[in-house]
Design a protein around this ligand. Structure first.
Ligand code: BGC
Length: 765
């Protein structure tokens, strides 16, 4: 048998094997139910009437995002007394929530506590960088600490549950919600998912400042066609499992207490009614035991999708799929009873859903002390405390990416005469991004405010939404009288976010004219980008020697950018999503297969490229410069152990050859070809943000196991073969290449993570 046929036979055999082990009873250790909780939950369910059960399965809006608690009126309190609501979202505040909880536990028949939820996405009162920015830190530890701050603040304000992290992979920057996730790569996305979950929940949800996390939006919300929000995802099983699902598997491994189903449909089946995805894959195959909530109104929207003919059918469909809690549509509350009357087989599913909801409450310790979270006195001390601001500052600084620095324009001389141009430089509202919880723009320090004490002239020029160009002349004057121009351009916070997809991700408004006018002054320019998505700026940035990507960095935005501009901090952020040259190039991602005719710079050759633009992105995934220089050397690839314990250590020495201390983000990519298949040219399988003092060196070691190279073909398969390993400073700046030989052929064990979901052990010595 030749090798290709052998492999094909193996694929077929192992597909069978995978099918037979498809429904393992996985005892997920994290989030496993305790016996005591189980007894309590069972007792309660035995006493509950059907309306009370449907009540637990109902989450209502207690207010609006911008008017929290505004819907908690007398009628709402009556409903709580009747036990006809299990959870509220868009509520907050230690005192109001304690009052509301008192009604539930003291005045309802069974005294079941309510679960209070909010989208605490990148901070509660102290606002951190938006998630895409945080991912650019390539530093899961700062992401964990930022989530910890958010949880401490939210819990002291009486909240139990956050709808975060959003862990949707996104390869199309037209999608407005790329701002909420960790970008294009499933490995980075998985590590950021775990870090945030750990930060929100700690290692025990019963801790008084732990917040129940919610991995969302399961399963391929980020694959929406054309980057349009809510639109269909039509993707292969392989892409689903290798690209979109790994962060969700990582979230389970990290103990995520809840999941949210996505609005959109996957290959024709709306996720909120998708039994194959939720009940079969998530519950039965992955053994997930936590609570599953729908997205806002999504159960009722099964009718608009055309998947259900009316709300009764929609309720049945969602319940059958495995959705425990209905966020705001009240379809379970109003229509499930009718569905149950028609189909008794649904009844046990109701008890199962209620049980998961009550277990979540039990794990949070709410049955022991329903008031333990909120604390009005501590709330005054904790929200926005100096310690929390310090974490926000660190997170903001670590998220900044230096994209270009020709002629070492940066860092700036401290006595430089500076023209600060662009309305975004003083847009406090945009610093806190979308999903701002109880963040206050007045508590943000803008770049303009941070530079106030320096020798600057500020000229707003134009704002990203304004077609008015009348202030451009004043901006040109300011530039003419300066040594250097800081040109702040991009999008405002409301250009990205939910339902903010854009067909053109170039520079909005009249900013292009501003850029041209300033460029014409021939002063050196530092472009400072602010945005919630990678923008397509090839032409805009043409001839501009220095470019900083600063996202929306939160309350400490200005000081963090100033620290980088003046060299107090050396930038070490990396792009979590490549920046295209123009909108027509998206979707694009570094981990693409090579094609039979790989993109060729020679236009006379027919190849997989556009004729009217250069090949590839303007700045690739993983790209980011430093004020220091690093040398990569001494790659070693050493097999360890054998048989089932076979692994490889892949090490390299990174030397800081410059005169300044700085961080370097060392990245490990693999290329694992498989006979008969077109596999990605590179896949990230490890990274380390290493602090390396000037003149010093660090040995960075990654440990890879066969599961890291597994591919999805009707199940995770490990195939034998030679794997290229690449260590570098970005997905395109590979410094060292080596090889390892994997003799293994087997299916991945049930319950094991594989591919990008699997953690790579990294040491820096
Ligand atoms: C969003 C979710 C969010 C929910 C509650 C929905 O529109 O898609 O991400 O958690 O609203 O605010």
């Amino acid at each position: 048998m030749n090798a290709a046929i052998k492999r094909r036979t193996f694929l077929a055999a192992s597909a069978l094997l995978a099918a037979s082990t498809r429904f393992p009873a996985l005892a997920a250790s994290k989030g496993a139910v305790s016996q005591e909780h189980d007894r309590r939950v069972r007792d309660l369910i035995a006493q509950m009437s059907l309306p009370e059960k449907l009540g637990q399965m109902t989450q209502l809006a207690g207010g609006r995002q911008k008017a929290l608690n505004s819907r908690i009126d007398d009628a709402a309190l009556d409903r709580v007394r009747q036990g006809r609501v299990g959870s509220y979202l868009h509520v907050a505040g230690a005192e109001p929530l304690a009052r509301l909880q008192r009604v539930a536990v003291e005045e309802s028949r069974l005294g079941i506590p309510l679960l209070f939820a909010m989208d605490v996405v990148h901070g509660y009162r102290t606002i951190m960088p938006v998630p895409l920015g945080m991912a650019a830190s390539f530093d899961p530890d700062i992401a964990r600490r930022a989530a910890r701050v958010a949880a401490v603040e939210a819990s002291v304000s009486g909240l139990h549950w956050t709808f975060a992290p959003m862990i949707d992979i996104a390869r199309d920057a037209r999608w407005g919600r790329v701002v909420e996730g960790a970008g294009e790569d499933p490995y980075l996305g998985s590590r950021m998912a775990e870090a945030q979950i750990l930060g929100f929940q700690t290692d025990d949800l019963a801790n008084p400042d732990a917040l129940l996390a919610c991995a969302k939006h399961f399963g391929a919300y980020g694959a929406g066609e054309g980057g349009r929000d809510y639109d269909r995802a039509d993707i292969s099983d392989e892409t689903l499992h290798e690209v979109y699902l790994p962060p969700f598997q990582a979230a389970i491994a990290a103990g995520a207490g809840s999941f949210m189903t996505a609005f959109n449909e996957l290959n024709g089946v709306p996720t909120t009614g998708n039994a194959e995805l939720v009940r079969s894959l998530l519950r039965e195959q992955w053994g997930y035991q936590g609570l599953v909530v729908s997205d806002w109104n999504a159960i009722l929207e099964l009718v608009a999708h055309g998947a259900a003919s009316d709300p009764v059918e929609a309720a049945a469909l969602a319940l059958r799929a495995g959705v425990d809690m209905d966020m705001t549509s009240e379809t379970y509350a109003n229509h499930l009873e009718q569905a149950l009357a028609a189909d008794k087989t649904l009844l046990p599913l109701v008890d199962e859903a209620v049980s998961r909801i009550l277990h979540a409450k039990a794990r949070l310790g709410l049955f022991d002390d329903p008031f333990r979270f909120g604390d009005a006195e501590r709330e005054k001390l904790v929200l926005g405390s100096p310690e929390h601001r310090a974490v926000a500052r660190e997170a903001a600084t670590r998220s900044i990416v230096l994209l270009r620095n020709e002629g070492n324009v940066l860092p700036l001389r401290s006595d430089a005469r500076i023209a600060l141009i662009g309305a975004l430089a003083d847009d406090a509202s945009s610093t806190i991004g979308s999903w701002r919880a109880r963040g206050q723009m007045e508590e943000s320090i803008t770049l303009r405010a941070a530079l106030e004490a320096r020798n600057i002239t500020y000229a707003p020029g134009v704002s990203p939404r304004d077609p008015d160009t009348s202030n451009i002349a004043a901006a040109v004057d300011a530039a003419d009288n300066a040594d250097i121009v800081l040109l702040v351009i991009g999008e405002d916070f409301d250009h990205s976010g939910e339902a903010r997809s854009r067909s053109d991700i170039g520079l909005p408004g009249a900013q292009q004219q501003l850029v041209e006018a300033i460029r014409a002054t021939e002063k050196p320019i530092v472009a400072i980008l602010m945005n919630g998505r990678p923008l397509a700026l090839e032409e805009v940035l043409d001839g501009i020697p220095a470019v900083l990507e600063t996202w929306f960095l939160g309350n400490e935005s200005g000081p963090a950018i100033a620290d980088v501009l003046f060299g107090k901090a050396s930038p070490a952020g990396r792009l979590p999503m490549g920046m295209p040259r123009n909108t027509g190039q998206v979707p694009q991602y570094y981990a693409h297969p090579p094609t039979g005719r790989p993109a060729n710079p020679d236009l006379s050759k027919d190849s997989a490229r556009y004729h009217d633009t250069e090949i590839g992105p303007l700045f690739p995934f993983g790209h980011g410069l430093s004020y220091a220089q690093f040398d990569y050397s001494d790659l070693s690839v050493v097999p360890q152990g054998n048989g089932r314990s076979l692994a490889w250590t892949i090490s390299a020495t990174i030397t800081n050859t410059s005169a300044r201390d700085a961080d370097e983000v060392v990245q490990l990519y693999i290329r694992a070809p498989v006979a008969g298949l077109a596999r990605p040219v590179k896949e990230l399988r490890g990274f380390a943000r290493a602090a390396i003092p000037s003149g010093d060196a660090r040995r960075v070691t990654f440990t890879l196991e066969p599961e890291h190279f597994a591919i999805w073909r009707d199940g995770w398969q490990i195939l034998p073969g030679s794997v290229e390993v690449m260590i570098g400073a970005s997905s395109e700046d590979i410094r060292l290449r080596g090889r390892l030989d994997n003799p293994e052929a087997r299916a991945v064990d049930a319950g094991e993570t594989a591919g990008a979901a699997r953690v790579t052990t990294v040491t820096v010595a």
